[in-house]
Design a protein around this ligand. Structure first.
Ligand code: ADP
Ligand code: MG
Length: 728
């Protein structure tokens, strides 16, 4: 009997839900472990508080004296909560979060020790940066990096550590993390959007980008997961025959959340409350053992930090509940994948959501302006948006069951499409008073009503307008939202900047009124962006053909998709918007390409190992049982044995064929890997891994999965899909 698998199954069945102490009201513990504005008001002097407030709201620099005060108060607050260490918490380009803990504890003179934490330690640290990816930046420049305090995301306590959100940059200033370019992109969109808002409301001083992510994930029994080397090493199953019962019945989606999982969620939510992560929604997803958690949306930088933090604590809490969380976009073949919808909008400091139509025709025109400009930005940069969601793991999801395709298009619903069509007919140049009134009252003015009963949904769209926000649905569940948010905000910023230039030109040179100019520019945008709008089924082959005609890109693999992230246009876009220098843009590309190669390389090695060291020996073992059986039959039935042993003999042959299939394909795959590794240029190597190595995954898997159906269940070594997916 395959001991590990059966031992794991036995153990997994014995797990009981872990008891959770519920608090009386969650709202009472919300943000209790966060050094937020409310706490700061309590702990900081007035000067220090105003200093931080100015930094948060207007990006003003915090001087040394204020930093010292903040640090000292932060320390007092943390010590009172039993904290012993502090860390600069950051998001290097590995996809995980990083921290290096230092104790507050210091010795001063002989025998004397105190708790110390000064402004300099708060503001800047130098982690051992050599192990984080830098895309060659630190080979050409100074070989050091440092972390610097980001006051816009409040410090928090996790366990007994005070975590200070920071950016991570090279000594020469280049960004080495996700946060730095994001902060620059948010600045860019603030500047561009505020300028455009002034057409409609002079009082607007700041525009903030909001993000509400929806995190999908699988919860797999910890022991069962540990029995599968592929899950442990790659986050997904590289083989495994589909379970007889999968998600066909959709009974998981509508069913109640199983108890063990529910208790995990309750503890997770409680921890989120303490950390100020406003999680609100929990539910089952389409696949068995698949779930989703979503918060109330927040300012984008904070939301990105909260998502990274959530992913981190989910792993730890899951382990306490004897689960392993799988964030991989496609952990199981033939089963729904996981995404992370990024719900995005822009709002003003006067409290207006720029992607929600207002009550007056003027505010609806403002809505329309931001709505159409976003569509225009997506159209112009569709390839870059595809690039920013590209990863080895998301490649498996895009275009599969319940997931958007690799073609970026925008869904706005039939009603809004009609509104745009009407606007196409706006007269060129000056508008008659009648036309203006007609437009404002009967076209633009009607939008709020249109939206109210327009609950159109399209689950196949990668970028959908959903009433008062856009939902970027193609983002992978494993991704750091910082990346897609950086790109989205940057392209919209650039678009708004261009829009303003065009409108101003019409006002200055053609003597148009403000609203006339806006209508005129929007009309042209609507005409030129039709190709990116798609309301139909994005899964169909018809759409692939249609999208090609429309000139939309359709990059099926990461190496192909990533090319758009270093195109001339992209480099100059990031440069112009002060989001990334050419060096930074190119370094990121290098890192992503290399990550892709490593990812596929590891998967390929693990697959070869399992196939040769687990599957083949098991098949041989079972084949020997059959051979013994046939020999026995021959003894009993003598010449007539072939009749009685026909099935067994066929099985023996089939098993031999599959063993041969595995061995020859593994050999060929390893050869291709060797060839790929000889390629010195990383993008060539990535392409070789994608085109030459990866195709063997399916071949090898095919034979292994066939054997799973043939070989005695009692000796099959790998925990099966039905066990992984239906144990709860
Ligand atoms: P679903 O897409 O599953 O129907 P909802 O639309 O209710 O779910 O919300 C999904 C996410 O969108 C939540 O995190 C929610 O807070 C967020 N969201 C709602 N309104 C906005 C907005 N104006 N800007 C950004 N995110 C938003
Ligand atoms: Mg959604």
């Amino acid at each position: 009997m395959s001991t590990l698998r059966f031992h794991a199954i036995k153990e997994s069945l014995a797990y009981k839900p872990v008891k959770i102490e519920e608090v009386e009201r969650r709202s009472e513990i919300f943000g209790k472990n966060v050094f937020n504005m409310k706490t700061m008001r309590q702990y900081l002097t007035k000067d220090a508080f105003v200093g931080v407030e100015n930094a948060v709201q207007f990006g003003k620099k915090i001087d040394r004296n204020i930093a010292d005060q903040v640090a000292s108060s932060m320390k007092d607050w943390a010590l009172a909560k039993g904290v012993t260490h502090y860390t600069h918490w950051f998001q290097p380009l590995t996809g995980a979060t990083a921290e290096k803990h230092d104790a507050f504890f210091e010795t001063v003179g002989d025998d004397l020790a105190i708790e110390q934490f000064g402004g300099s330690q708060l503001v800047q640290q130098e982690p051992d940066a050599s192990s984080f990816p830098n895309g060659g930046i630190r080979n050409t420049f100074e070989a050091r990096g440092y972390t610097a305090w980001d006051p816009t995301s409040p410090a928090f306590i996790y366990g007994t550590t005070l975590c200070i959100p920071t950016i991570f940059v090279a000594y020469t200033g280049e960004a080495l993390d996700y946060k730095t370019p994001l902060l620059r992109a948010l600045q860019a969109v603030d500047t561009a959007a505020t300028a455009v808002c002034k057409y409609f409301d002079k009082n607007v001083k700041k525009v903030t980008s909001s993000l509400g992510w929806e995190q999908e994930y699988f919860l797999i029994d910890k022991t069962l997961a540990a029995s599968r080397p592929d899950i442990m090493l790659t986050g997904r199953t590289l083989l495994g025959h589909t379970s007889a019962k999968g998600q066909q019945l959709d009974d998981h989606y509508f069913g109640s959340i199983p108890n063990r999982a529910l208790n995990f969620m309750r503890e997770l939510e409680k921890e989120c409350m303490l950390l100020g992560i406003p999680v609100k929604t929990r539910h089952n997803e389409v696949a068995p053992n698949q779930f989703e958690v979503a918060p109330i949306f927040e300012e984008a930088n904070l939301a990105v930090d909260h998502n990274s933090l959530l992913m981190d604590i989910m792993g730890r809490i899951a382990s306490k509940h004897n689960f392993k969380v799988l964030f991989h976009e496609k952990p199981f073949a033939g089963v729904n994948g996981s995404g992370k919808h990024n719900n995005w909008s822009l709002s003003t400091d006067t409290g207006v959501n720029l992607l929600a139509p207002g009550k007056t025709p003027m505010s609806s025109l403002q809505f329309l302006t931001f709505f159409v400009n976003t569509i225009k930005a997506v159209h112009k940069h569709e390839a870059l948006l595809r690039a920013v969601i590209a990863s080895a793991s998301n490649d498996h999801r895009l275009g599969a069951n319940e997931a958007p395709p690799a073609i970026i298009s925008v869904f706005i619903g039939e009603q809004l499409k009609k509104v745009l069509e009407e606007l196409e007919g706006v007269t060129k140049g000056k508008l008659s008073p009648q036309e203006k009134t007609e437009l404002k009252l009967n076209v633009v003015g009607k939008i709020p009503d249109v939206l109210l009963d327009n609950t159109d949904r399209n689950r196949t769209s990668p970028f959908a307008f959903t009433g008062n926000k856009f939902e970027f649905r193609a983002v992978g569940s494993m991704a750091n939202c910082g990346n897609p948010m950086t790109v989205l905000n940057t392209i919209v910023a650039k678009q708004l900047k261009d829009f303003k230039k065009e409108v101003d030109a019409l006002i200055d040179k053609k003597d148009l009124k403000k609203d006339e100019a806006v209508f005129n520019v929007l009309r042209e945008y609507i005409k030129s962006t039709k190709d990116v709008l798609f309301e139909g089924n994005s899964y169909g082959e018809a759409w692939e053909a249609e999208a090609k005609k429309r000139g939309l890109s359709n990059s099926k693999s990461t190496p192909e998709a990533l090319k758009a992230s270093i195109s001339k246009e992209t480099v100059s876009l990031f440069k112009e918007m002060n989001v990334m220098s050419e060096i930074e843009t190119k370094a990121r590309y290098e890192i992503e390409v290399e990550a892709y190669v490593m990812h596929i390389q590891i998967e390929s090695r693990v697959l070869a190992d399992i196939a040769r060291n687990n599957i083949v020996p098991t098949a041989v073992k079972y084949q020997n049982v059959l051979i013994e059986n046939v020999k026995g039959l021959k003894e009993i039935f003598d010449k007539n044995f072939k009749n009685v042993a026909r099935e067994q003999i066929t099985l023996i042959e089939e098993i031999s064929n599959h063993i041969e299939g595995i061995n020859s394909n593994v050999t060929k795959m390893i050869d291709e890997r060797r060839n790929a590794n000889k390629l010195l240029e990383m993008d060539k190597r990535a392409e070789a891994y994608s085109k030459k190595v990866m195709p063997f995954f399916d071949e090898i898997r095919y034979h292994c999965d066939k054997l799973e159906l043939l070989v005695d269940d009692e000796i099959w070594p790998l925990t099966k899909y039905r066990e992984l997916l239906f144990t709860r």
